[in-house]
Design a protein around this ligand. Sequence first.
Ligand code: F6P
Length: 332
Amino acid sequence: MEIKTIGVLTSGGDAPGMNAAIRAIVRYGLSCGFRMVGVERGYHGLLRGEFKELTAASVSDLIQRGGTILQTARSKAFATPEGIEQASKLAKEYGLDALIVIGGDGSFRGAHKLSETGINTIGIPGTIDNDISCTEYTIGYDTALNTAMEAVDKIRDTATSHQRCSLIEVMGRNAGYIAVDVALATGAEMVLIPERDKHCPKVELVNRIVEDIRQSQKVGKKHHIVIIAEGVGGSQELAQMIEECTEVETRATVLGHIQRGGSPTIRDRVYAAKMGKMAVDLLKEGKTNRVVVVQNGKLTDVDITEGLEMKKNVSEFDYELVGSLSRNIQNC
Ligand code: F6P
């Protein structure tokens, strides 16, 4: 099928760099002679026919902006057979032959369903969580890490002044990638992630942290920083329990959605540019149901269905490194 019109949408949680990706897709798509159309509010908007024509000017002054000009949503109605049928019908009526979807696994499942209805779809990984198994990198991850790192550095200043224990909750409902990298980057004493610690009884977590605080005190440390991924949860409760056990003043800070906003870092902008171009190239080659990914440090593409079945895990090495680097002990 000859493609004349390409739609683009952002779906799921927004991520810094999505705008830079939209810009790249639109500008490169136009230069290849395609008509470019934005779908507003993700699949939710697709179901309602929320389309707008995109020109080179529509994406100017965008590369440095966080969020997504197309807006985003999580749509339950779209994920039904009726929803897919309705969305596909509206897209075809508007002349969309292809759709580039920037989002996470859930968004790619939708793209796969749409490809079965005859719309060529390509996915671009965009989520701050970096939790898409088929790719080593997702747009937005680096910016979120830097935002969280700067926040933890600030909390560390005050924790040191007051000789406190600080529990800092970072995003990641199901994945600990942000938590582990932020812990490594800030020299945190400990990290807790859903993959390992979600089902651990609170008392056990408290015992581990308390034991660690005692070790830190022995070597004269003036603060104790614990990074907790959102999926582990309960940071306020943990803080209270730790304070009761140790008499070390303990505070919990939830960084929350601050990690999702802000101007994208250079890494996110560069990936956005390259992945955007590659997505359009895949459509030019007549491909569908593919996702642009980073594997072994290189950009490539995989079948969406196969990609959704792949597995990746937080590196054991990185997780262990957090603890071993924080121990001020002379001998290994
Ligand atoms: O986009 C990923 C993410 O930020 C997760 O880390 C977090 O659990 C979730 O989205 C929060 O979603 P919402 O903004 O819908 O509360």
